[in-house]
Design a protein around this ligand. Structure first.
Ligand code: KG4
Ligand code: ZN
Length: 333
């Protein structure tokens, strides 16, 4: 019954989790609010705050799990992709802990871990399944054939879906991160009030930069005619943007599901917290006879529980990494 300590520090969340025999015992996530004032994550500040938060996060994770540090069998950590300075903090901590306790190290790919978050708990998809991973940095349709046999069949050619949410909110004068605020306003708005274009990209790939530009021009032109345009219509604007982003994502997902003949469909990453996207997936799934899977909110955004579950499955395969491991800002599957 392996007990695994997991560390996640790829962006602006410092997270530590403990799992025993594949069951998550604790999942501590320390959010960094310092970036709000800058309208986006400042890498230099992120790594400094990780440095402050990492030890308290691990201590709390051990405490909540009621596990002594001497009972840890292996340390799993995010090796990449992510911000190099942020990753360095987590990787260095994991190496030091493993060295001190003379236990093995397990490297985890952050994007694979988002997919493997679906193996926390009982409601698991069956292989092969498709996972739409949508976050602030990535937009991917992943064909998941086995725990570590994954193929990216579609991805963004420019901005990520979360970036499109955050950039739209910036245009509207909302604070960072804007995704949750767009979601909040959209709940009281009319999603058909304004029509934004759907990019025509071949295959299963995405593009969001054209949408961003069209939103920018739409706002600029309307504010020129009515300086109060944003305040008067914020709910309808957010609902219309959210609907367009969700339909871009879901139309491609549907196309991929048809092509690969797959009916187990999963959602992962921070943007899967979005109400419109979740509802859209559930409705589409009902119509097409899909089994749909959306992780609990705390396992959608960046967290160490998903690193722990990925680490557990690597532990079972005996896949360990040496002490000379270094983080990778870009880490392919
Ligand atoms: O996966 P995540 O926590 O971090 C990255 O690895 O990027 O995703 C963060 C992204 C941000 O762009 C944020 O605005 C977006 O997820 N997000 C949302 C919602 N909650 C978070 N976007 C739309 N609606 C939400 N409710
Ligand atoms: Zn992530």
């Amino acid at each position: 019954m392996p007990v695994i300590l997991a560390i996640e520090s790829s962006c602006d969340e410092t997270s530590a989790a403990v799992c025993a025999d594949g069951n998550i015992l604790s999942n501590i996530i320390a959010n960094q609010t310092i970036h709000e004032a800058y309208g986006g994550v400042v890498p230099e500040l992120a790594s400094r705050v990780h440095q402050q938060n990492i030890v308290p996060a691990v201590q709390q994770a051990l405490l909540n799990a009621k596990v002594n540090k001497n009972d840890i069998d292996a340390v799993a950590f995010t090796r990449g992709p992510g911000l190099l300075g942020s990753l360095l903090v987590g990787v260095s901590f994991a190496k030091a802990f493993a060295l001190a306790k003379n236990i093995p190290l397990i490297e985890v790919n952050h994007m694979q871990a988002h997919v493997l978050a679906h193996f926390i708990g009982d409601n698991k998809p069956a292989f092969p399944f498709l996972c739409l991973t949508v976050s602030g940095g990535h937009t991917q349709i992943v064909l998941v054939k086995d725990y570590f046999d994954m193929e990216i069949v579609g991805q963004t050619l420019d901005d990520a879906a979360g970036e499109a949410m955050d950039k739209t909110s910036k245009i509207l004068g909302l604070p960072y991160p804007g995704g949750p605020l767009i979601d909040k306003h959209a709940r009281s708005g009319n999603p058909d009030a304004y029509k934004f274009p759907e990019p025509q990209i071949p295959g299963f790939d995405f593009s969001f930069s054209g949408l961003k530009t069209s939103i920018l021009y739409f706002i600029r032109d309307n504010v020129a005619a009515n300086p109060n345009f944003i305040e008067e219509n914020i709910n309808d604007i957010c609902a219309s943007v959210e609907k367009r982003i969700a339909t871009i994502l879901l139309n491609k997902l549907r196309k991929a599901a048809d092509q690969y003949g797959i009916t187990d469909i999963a959602l992962a990453g921070g943007v899967s917290a979005n109400t419109g996207l979740r509802q859209g997936l559930l409705q589409l799934g009902e119509k097409l006879g899909w089994r749909t899977f959306i992780p609990k909110m705390e396992y959608c955004t960046d967290n160490a529980a998903m690193i722990a579950i990925a680490g557990y499955h690597k532990y079972l395969k005996g896949e360990f990494i040496g002490q000379d491991v270094a983080p990778l800002a870009r880490m392919p599957f």
